[in-house]
Ligand binder design. Sequence first.
Ligand code: HEM
Ligand code: HEM
Length: 179
Amino acid sequence: MQSSTSVRDSAEKYGLVTRVLHWGMALLFAWQFTSALAHMLFEDTAIDEFFWGTHKPVGLVLMVLILIRAVWGLLNLKRRPPADSMAAGLGHLALYVLMLVVPAVALFRQYGSGRKFEAFGMTIMQGFEESQKIQWMIDLGSNFHKILGYLLLIMIVGHIFFAIRHYLKGDTHITDRML
Ligand code: HEM
Ligand code: HEM
């Protein structure tokens, strides 16, 4: 029998680390998309100013967490509960790809711009002469960060919809294993 506080995943339930990463990151994603939507809808208002200042630091934290989560997921791949269907498995894979690509292209753009990047009182990128900026990195971020960011949002909304539908239909084993 598997204890509900087991650290690693098992075929019946996601372990503690997976669940803390899932729900902790869900909260951070909620904050991150609030800052993105505030920036789009209420540009140059106090709401935008309040949230937007957190967008890059929280995005950086999400980038680190998704790398940890991806490695943890691979280490637990054979142990964790099997996907409910091929579509659910592919949906989770697509979420992983977007969770990696969306902050990564933004960080490439940040680096390529040559501008110094500081977060949490630390220098993350030193920056360099603007005349040396790396155009392909800037283009990568400018062409893909926003659009893929909103695609990720749509996929998350779909993911939550299907999770709630499972719960309401009585397939509670699907929701229980992440709770
Ligand atoms: C998983 C993490 C992230 C998500 C989900 C995300 C999502 C988004 C979204 C949806 C927008 C469009 C906002 C609008 O419509 O105005 C946006 C814009 C932006 N993001 Fe992020 N972001 C993330 C991480 C980052 C990181 C790490 C950085 C930089 C270090 C960054 C920098 C920016 C900048 C400068 C913009 C405005 C320019 C643009 O629209 O591309 N983001 N982000
Ligand atoms: C209210 C919000 C959320 C609910 C109710 C929810 C619910 C669930 C449930 C029930 C599972 C287990 C599904 C299964 O084993 O077949 C799951 C797994 C998963 N969820 Fe969520 N989720 C939420 C938010 C998010 C967010 C914001 C993300 C980020 C993209 C996300 C990404 C994932 C992924 C990738 C999995 C597969 C297991 C893993 O590798 O962590 N979820 N979710």
